[in-house]
Design a protein. Structure first.
Lengths: 286, 325
């Protein structure tokens, strides 16, 4: 048998595809991506057009997910809402990563006083439960979807900083770092060409998983009125709106948006785990 | 003796630990002549590697610190240079080869781009020229199919091959001096011989001076013109290789030589190699007098009272022992 190159991307992709759960995650992600890009055009109804003649209809062949209290088609609203929730989640991770990772790398690489100062600040931020911290920040900035994304992003900074720091501490002890210094690399160069690239894998895994959590948190903030504002069909906000009708029996108003939130979180978590497994041979042995 | 490229005077590098101050390098003096190889031998923990790191100014600080002494390289005291000046020197005029070729290359870049990066650090050339030079260097260190290797990642080549690449990298800016810290310890014997041959050949070709750190006297005999024997942070004997092997003077040196198994001589009657009795003294509270007193067969009163200096016995043969002082 021909020798396989176990480090090639192709082989890693094969491994990833062998992992059933990761595959499910990938499928979910593809589905959600389609919603993000083509959501509004996938359904024959407009997500914003009000029609009181069909208000609060149960799921049927004309309205698969039913309609809400304004007679808007729920499926169209969920499809159109995907982009708000998802983008907010992605933006928050991007913010967390772009500020958290460099802070952590600097902290871990330089150590000592720099590390002490950065990590104490990070510790203070970590002392708050992330959602509480995000709520506090949004209250300060004023409620809106953008501010919710920023607030979640800020609460992600210490999480990514911690992860990057632990990687930096690990990588800076590697022989190739010492060898690079001995061949004349500056510290900035070491961080950029040695420490950062060799810290990427866990950061990517973490970013994927936290995109999933981001969906949940964006929805949570919107649910309590600190995120998206009406009439944006953000999933969390839709649940908040539908809440009033649970007792009267209009379950579809909350169940379907909730299902999609769950789907999104599950998808990203599964993919994150899949990448972790592919990039860490030890996890593959079982 | 030829012109001296590197001269170390009374170098002291200490490490702060919980148990106190470890005097890893405690007054080292040595000279490396231009275009020649100095072998630095000694057992594990005697301060060889710390000496090398001190020359590169790579001693991890803290806990380490260069307390005193001078390292004159190419006419200037390295210890007085600013960090930026030192950085320009590393990999450029003063280069280093490490012990572990398996881990000394960044796993995420191709060999070509790693080599080109080092070249561009020190020479104002385009990426393409740097690549050409990298190719040239790979050719020089005898790597088959160098064009293909440039495109490969470190894990795709063997340990011996990697050490060749690292040597190519270290020599890519034509340094005046290369420090090799046990460059062949991690390789098997046949590859060792190849790498040593290569280093010798490159030294002749490019006129670099080498500081070769090893605990293998055989390697010193093959490679070096001069040899310094180190014990407990000090140089105890310094001589031309031929002098040292024909006439070892310090009891520690003779002890080292006696403990080498000889393939062409009968095994001693008791079937044991003659090892040096005792243990390396603690680096924390060094004894008064000679550091080797407790393990020495010739110890006498004076050794316990006073520390011998490095006495020059002519023709560059120096020894730190009262028997010869």
């Amino acid at each position: 048998m021909a020798q396989r190159n176990t480090d090639s991307l192709g082989y890693k992709f094969q491994l990833f595809m062998k992992n059933k759960l990761a595959l499910v995650g990938l499928l979910i992600l593809v589905l959600i991506s389609i919603l993000v890009f083509f959501g509004p055009s996938l359904s024959s109804y407009d997500a914003f057009s009000v029609d009181f003649s069909v208000k609060l209809r149960a799921p049927s062949s004309t309205h698969l997910f039913g309609t809400d209290n304004y007679g808007r088609d729920l499926m169209s609203r969920i499809f159109s809402g995907a982009r708000y929730t998802l983008l907010a989640a992605v933006v928050s991770v991007v913010i967390g990563l772009t500020f958290g990772a460099p802070l952590g790398l600097i902290s871990g690489y330089f150590g000592r006083k720099v590390d002490l100062i950065i990590m104490r600040i990070v510790d203070i931020l970590l002392a708050f439960p992330p959602l509480i911290l995000a709520m506090a920040i949004v209250s300060g900035l004023g409620p809106s979807l953008v501010n919710a994304a920023v607030a979640i992003g800020i609460s992600y900074i210490p999480i990514f900083a911690r992860m990057a720091r632990s990687r930096a501490i690990h990588v800076k002890r590697m022989d190739y770092v010492e060898s690079a210094i001995a061949l004349g690399s500056s510290r900035v160069r070491i961080i950029l060409t040695d420490v950062l690239p060799n810290s990427m894998t866990p950061l990517i895994v973490q970013a994927t998983v936290y995109t999933g959590y981001g969906i949940l948190w964006v929805a949570s903030l919107s649910f309590i009125g600190l995120g998206a504002k009406l009439p944006i069909p953000e999933w969390g906000l839709m649940i908040a709106e539908g809440r009033k009708y649970i007792i009267s029996g209009e379950w579809w108003l909350t169940v379907f948006p909730g299902l999609f939130i769950m789907l999104g979180v599950t998808g990203f978590t599964l993919i994150g785990d899949g990448i972790r497994e592919v990039t860490n041979p030890k996890l593959r042995l079982k | 003796m030829k012109e001296v490229l590197l001269e170390i005077r009374n170098l002291q590098t200490h490490f702060k630990t919980d148990e106190g101050e470890a005097r890893a390098v405690n007054g080292v003096d040595l000279k490396v002549p231009k275009g020649e190889t100095l072998g630095l031998v000694g057992e594990s923990g005697c301060g060889k590697s710390v000496t090398a790191l001190s020359i590169m100014r790579l001693v991890p600080e803290p806990p380490g610190r260069i307390i005193g002494g001078e390292i004159i390289f190419d006419g200037q005291d390295i210890l007085k240079l600013r960090e930026a000046e030192m950085r320009r020197m590393r990999g450029n005029t003063l280069s280093m080869i490490f012990q572990e070729p398996m881990t000394a290359m960044n796993p995420v870049y191709r060999i070509g781009s790693q080599m080109a990066e080092v070249i561009q650090l020190h020479q104002k050339v385009s990426k393409k020229e740097a690549m050409d030079r990298a190719l040239d260097m790979l050719h020089k260190v005898g790597i088959p199919d160098p064009k293909q290797r440039l495109r490969e990642y470190p894990h795709q080549i063997s340990g011996g091959m990697r050490q060749r690449v690292l040597i190519a990298m270290a020599l890519s800016s034509h340094p005046k001096m290369v420090i090799a810290d046990e460059p062949t310890t991690a390789l098997d014997v046949t590859i060792q011989a190849q790498i040593l041959d290569l280093m010798n050949q490159l030294k002749e070709e490019m006129g670099t001076s080498n500081l070769l750190i090893t605990h293998d006297l055989g390697v010193i005999f093959e490679m070096a013109q001069w040899v310094a024997v180190m014990y407990a942070g000090k140089i105890v004997e310094y001589a031309a290789v031929s002098d040292l092997f024909s006439q070892p003077l310090h009891p520690y040196t003779t002890g080292l030589m006696n403990s080498i198994p000889q393939i062409d001589q009968p095994v001693p009657k008791d079937k044991m190699l003659r090892s040096i009795p005792g243990m390396v003294p603690s680096l924390f509270d060094l004894l008064e007098g000679c550091t080797f007193q407790d393990r020495c067969n010739h110890v006498f009163d004076r050794c316990r009272r006073e520390e011998p200096g490095l006495a020059d016995l002519g023709s560059g043969h120096m020894v730190r022992c009262w028997l010869h002082g």
